[in-house]
Write a new protein. Structure first.
Length: 148
């Protein structure tokens, strides 16, 4: 399920609404989401707002794993969302989630137990969320789940 929303990232409200609408439209439960491939451009304001939106939407779920494809490949601008969606689907298909690399000093207050470390991890992905946020507030949250 994809939900697009035109809204500013300034307060994080657009991110929250985008995620909540994707969950609502898909009929998925927030408790089912156990993997998130975040937008995470390595900007202090953007990353912390996205993190806070995730905590708002998912709480401190101990089963939740979070990583950023950009940590390994950089920002592909318009192609980022597609590549990150492929990473989320591949995580479902293979049972492996890729590492976060180059994360040496997370922002204060970030629960690093949610973050995938510097090595890939095994994960039985129930539902994956892939976030992509663009200039001007063009936001999308896409949910993927294994075919049953």
């Amino acid at each position: 399920m994809v939900f697009f929303l035109l809204m500013s990232l300034e307060t994080g409200a657009g991110v929250i609404l985008c995620i909540e609408k994707a969950l609502e439209q898909s009929g998925m439960s927030r408790e089912d989401v156990n993997y998130i491939n975040v937008h995470a451009t390595s900007t202090p304001a953007g990353d912390l707002k996205e993190y806070n939106a995730l905590i708002h939407c998912f709480g401190q779920n101990p089963d939740l794993r979070v990583n950023s494809t950009k940590s390994m490949i950089g920002h592909l601008l318009g192609a980022s969302g597609a590549v990150e969606a492929v990473a989320a689907v591949q995580a479902i298909r293979t049972g492996w989630i890729h590492p976060n690399i180059n994360l040496e000093s997370p922002d204060e207050g970030v629960d690093t137990k949610l973050l995938v470390g510097p090595k890939k991890e095994r994960l039985d992905v129930k539902v994956a969320l892939s976030n992509s946020f663009g200039f001007g507030g063009h936001n999308s949250s896409v949910l993927f789940a294994p075919y049953k």
